[in-house]
Design a protein around this ligand. Structure first.
Ligand SMILES: [Zn+2]
Length: 695
């Protein structure tokens, strides 16, 4: 398989595996699993969006409510010896299943056992070839192994296949004489190739060239497993009961999907309650009995072969131009990829929230890191995001800043090596850009200020910018590297905004006639300019002498707050100036302000996007977006002390119409570009695979 889709951990793990004692291997895996479980709490064991019915789905045969498909991979001799007991357990529940055997693994597959299974209504399938994690090392190798696998399929009269370790190259599987494969899953971040199939329904994988695929049927059926594997639940995560199976099975039943399990006879303890490397058979038996009791006739207990024939019957009725059923669900045009976003500063959080939501809906996996400092982690939690906290802020001194950048990049390298994302979305996080550069991960940079000087070294593969910035960077729109979106960056998340008037009490603003929110320029940022400080002092003086005004002052951080309090104690004499003691929702504060005066780009544009009067005291080099807003009177530039007196109108705001809550053109454009970029990554992978194979 191409290196790019396998994590470093996986590669090292499988190289070292033969030399590690089993207990050590499991201790390593358990340690890693705890972290994965925490990071993926919102997508495992249930990823809500995957319950969507695929377009054109006709339901199960005979109006059954959902399908129950039981499969077993037999891993070693111990497992072989327990096959019959497990099959008998299932027969006691009135159920049948499929046992997959490794043809050239560490055990003999007794023909008599296969015959016994089939004669009792069970199915037999092929599990990998050698089960050594090397099946997909190279395409050439795979093609040779496929010939051998096909021989076993024929000899065993089997129609189904599952790879060892759920590794897979779905495009190559067309070389197998199979009717179905079951090497995928709906969601399973614990697997070495963690990108899921994104559905709890079976689906059809057609051969790219039409009817030359598996068994000349033009493709094969993919059956993702949808309950966590027994090994994950009991051996890796050390669960004490089958509660997760029950909860997920109930959820799948409610969606009318397919409950497909993989239980290894090797790990089942028929005598006791398990020893850490096994689990009590009663967990499995009680789970099955519960399903039968609870759903009775509503369950279609089908062999995987039966499900695949049912799906194929639907596919073969379709004409070639109507190949949409039952393909992968409409949520994903392409298989989802893993996308990494770093929340380096607070403005990143509201911006990425709708993007993360939409990417997940499309079936992508989004992994997040956040930097400690500037209240970033608090705000990420406030928005309900799952992130890993990495690194902190190092302060204003240039040496400290550069050191901080290097330290955090190294810390992020470790994260990226473990997670191995396929794509990075970057909103100006330099440490992430640096880590990406070292690992060769492609970066999409979202940017709205064309003067952010990046060295050629840190150049990103793609840039998404507002149209007015794109005109500067990409005159004539000739390059697909630079891509434009309509409107402002802030338009992406303003439609999500819901006003919350409790902020008026929280900040004691009810009695104010005019609420003015003031954001000083970032004194630590690289575009700092002392002129803006002079203007800030004049602004504060004017506001404090205007009747009925209450000022909400938003320092960038604690240090700036201390500086302001020390230098200007008079500002804080009475209650006219409020510095919020906790994180406030920036949009909500802007919305409840009568005017905003800010030295920071984001708050200016948030105000402009919501139609709140806004004055910029930013005195760095003006960007195309601010110039555009200023030309259209959506932002007033305060360029001198006299401007403070003449241009700022201190008055209550009358127009309070809420911004449109429809998804903005900016969000749609950004997602559209990301779709194209993901497609180009997939296309690149095919090219990479072909060149790999011809070597
Ligand atoms: Zn296996």
């Amino acid at each position: 398989m191409p290196e790019s889709s396998t994590s470093l951990f996986t590669r090292v793990y499988y190289v070292a595996k033969p030399f590690l004692p089993r207990a050590v291997r499991w201790a390593l895996r358990r340690h890693r699993a705890a972290g994965i479980r925490e990071r993926h709490a919102d997508t495992w064991p249930i990823k809500e969006v995957l319950g969507d019915t695929p377009a054109g789905w006709r339901g199960w045969p005979e109006g059954k409510r959902f399908a129950l498909v039981l499969t077993h991979d037999v891993e070693g001799q111990e497992g072989v010896e327990k096959v019959q007991a497990l099959a008998e357990l299932e027969m006691r529940c009135g159920l049948r299943s499929c046992f997959n055997f490794i043809p050239e693994g560490g055990y003999e597959v007794p023909g008599s056992l296969r015959e016994w299974l089939v004669s009792n209504g069970f199915e037999v399938g092929v599990h990998d070839l050698n089960h050594d994690g090397k099946l997909y090392r190279s395409h050439k190798d795979f093609s040779q192994k496929a010939l051998r696998i096909n021989r076993y399929l024929r000899d065993w009269q089997a129609t189904g296949f599952r790879s060892g370790f759920m590794l897979r190259e779905l495009d190559w599987l067309h070389e197998l004489d199979i009717e179905y494969d079951c090497s995928t899953f709906d969601t399973d971040p614990f697997e070495p190739q963690p990108d899921g199939a994104h559905t709890i329904f079976p689906y059809w994988i057609s051969h790219p060239d039409g009817a030359q695929g598996a068994r000349a049927r033009g493709g094969y059926v993919e059956l993702p497993y949808t309950l966590p594997q027994d090994s994950t639940l009991f051996l890796l995560l050390k669960e004490g009961d089958a509660g997760i199976w029950e909860r997920k099975a109930d959820w799948i039943a409610s969606k009318g999907g397919m409950v497909l399990m993989n239980v290894h006879p090797d790990y089942v303890d028929f005598e006791g309650t398990g020893n850490g490397m096994t689990f009590g058979a009663t967990h499995y038996e009680n789970f099955l009995k519960r399903i039968v009791r609870q759903y009775g006739d509503g369950v279609w207990n089908a062999l995987p072969g039966e499900v695949s024939r049912f799906v194929y019957a639907g596919v073969s009725k379709l004409t070639p131009d109507r190949v949409s059923w039952p393909m992968k669900p409409s949520v994903a045009v392409h298989p989802g990829i893993k996308i990494w976003i770093d929340l380096e500063n607070t403005p990143h959080i509201p911006f990425f929230c709708p993007i993360i939501r939409e990417l997940q809906r499309k079936g992508h996996q989004v992994v997040l890191t956040a930097r400690d400092g500037y209240q970033t982690c608090e705000m990420a939690r406030f928005h309900g995001l799952n992130f890993q906290r990495i690194g902190r802020h190092y302060g204003k001194n240039l040496v400290a800043k550069v050191w901080g950048l290097v330290v955090r990049s190294v810390q992020l390298l470790g994260f990226a090596r473990d997670e191995r994302p396929a794509l990075i979305l970057n909103l100006g996080s330099r440490s992430q850009a640096l880590a990406a550069k070292f690992l060769g991960i492609p970066v999409v940079e979202i940017m709205d200020y064309e003067h952010t000087a990046e060295s050629a070294f840190l150049e990103s593969r793609w840039y998404l910018t507002p149209e007015v910035v794109n005109e500067v960077l990409n005159p004539g729109n000739s390059s697909t590297r630079f891509r434009a979106y309509r409107g402002l960056k802030e338009d992406v998340y303003v439609p999500d905004f819901q006003p919350d008037a409790s902020i008026l009490d929280q900040l004691n603003l009810r009695s104010a006639r005019v609420v003015v929110t003031i954001r000083p320029a970032a004194t630590e940022a690289h575009y700092h300019n002392s002129e803006s400080e002079e203007i800030l002092v004049h602004v504060m003086e004017r506001m404090l002498t205007s009747p009925g005004v209450r000022v909400v002052l938003l320092p960038r951080n604690k240090r700036q707050e201390r500086e302001l309090r020390n230098t200007h104690p008079a500002w804080f004499d009475d209650s006219k100036v409020i510095i919020p003691s906790e994180v406030v929702n920036g949009l909500n504060l802007v919305w409840h302000s009568d005017l905003v005066i800010s030295g920071g780009g984001t708050m200016n544009r948030e105000a402009a996007a919501m139609g709140v009067p806004v004055y910029s005291i930013f005195r760095g080099r003006l960007g195309a977006v601010d110039r555009h807003l200023s030309q259209h009177n959506r932002l007033v530039l305060i360029e001198s002390v006299t401007d403070v007196d003449h241009k700022i109108r201190v008055e209550a705001r009358s127009d309070r119409e809420l911004p449109n809550s429809e998804p903005s053109a900016a969000l749609k454009d950004i997602l559209g570009h990301l779709d194209e970029i993901v497609s180009s990554l997939h296309a690149g992978e095919v090219v990479a695979r072909r060149s790999h194979a011809s070597r």
